[in-house]
Design a binder for this molecule. Sequence first.
Ligand SMILES: [Ca+2]
Ligand SMILES: [Ca+2]
Ligand SMILES: [Ca+2]
Ligand SMILES: [Ca+2]
Length: 314
Amino acid sequence: MEQICRYFAKLSSQVLKEAPLSKARSRLGLSMSVSLARAAAVGIGWLALSTGLAQPLPAAIEFAEAPTVAVGTAPEAVVKGDFDGDGDLDLAVANNGSDDVSILNNNGRGRFSRSATVPAGDGPSGIEAADLNGDGRVELAVTNADSGTVSVLVNNGSGGFSPGATVAVGEYARGITSGDLDGDGDLDLAVTNQFSSNVSILLNSGGTLAPAVNVSTGAFSFPSDVVAGDFDNDGDLDLATSENPGLSVRENLGSGSFSDIPTTAVVAEGPTAEVRAGDLDGDGDLDVGAASDLSFGGVGTLTILRNSLVPSLP
Ligand SMILES: [Ca+2]
Ligand SMILES: [Ca+2]
Ligand SMILES: [Ca+2]
Ligand SMILES: [Ca+2]
């Protein structure tokens, strides 16, 4: 239950994030009002409570405000990782407006300072941390919405990053996740291309990403985010995508190939954005939750797909 509370708290904080609009979305004339976002966050809380999936956070849990750290223009995504290998978690922020990534170093006491700015592609929208070349140091992979590419930023061993490969994916690349999709021991990537309505699979071969293999998510499905997890408990990583409307799960067919027909899908009211996987009901299998995509006309709800693979505990 504690995990569920943290999950909803995280989603609420994401909804409350007052991030500037991305360039592409601004061009579409879409807007997100902060008051609507706050209302959505309240709605998420009520939904969680009314469905019995969560209880109020214990009153003893409080968060102190930490100093604000300046990053680039229009920050749109953040990921954590121990980039400099000193044992604490650092942060990397994808800046949609300034086309770069801000590296925020942790001083070991939870205080962050910007240690570097690394150029990415056009319109960074998503970011993932993963050791892609297998040297024990975490790389960064950035989706560039406006150029339809993924930029790899290679860890130089001291917490800094150098621009690496750029791989073509699809139109308005947005969400990204990592995992060993083909079971060969290295970390691969999956990317949602929102305007192409597909997912690009980037398999890793000795530290080099192969050209994208695209899996359709259906016409006008506009997938925005993706998460990998073994949803059918068969030992390989499957993919869950947030779409319009709702979310879908696609089974790994082996060797990192995926059917374009979802094994499970749930329809929601409007598009969904950030998707996360976790055992929300504690029955031993992975469930999926996705928040409304307010910037694309979402209605402020939380969509949950409860996995019934393992019978619920009494
Ligand atoms: Ca660190
Ligand atoms: Ca590495
Ligand atoms: Ca692999
Ligand atoms: Ca599986």
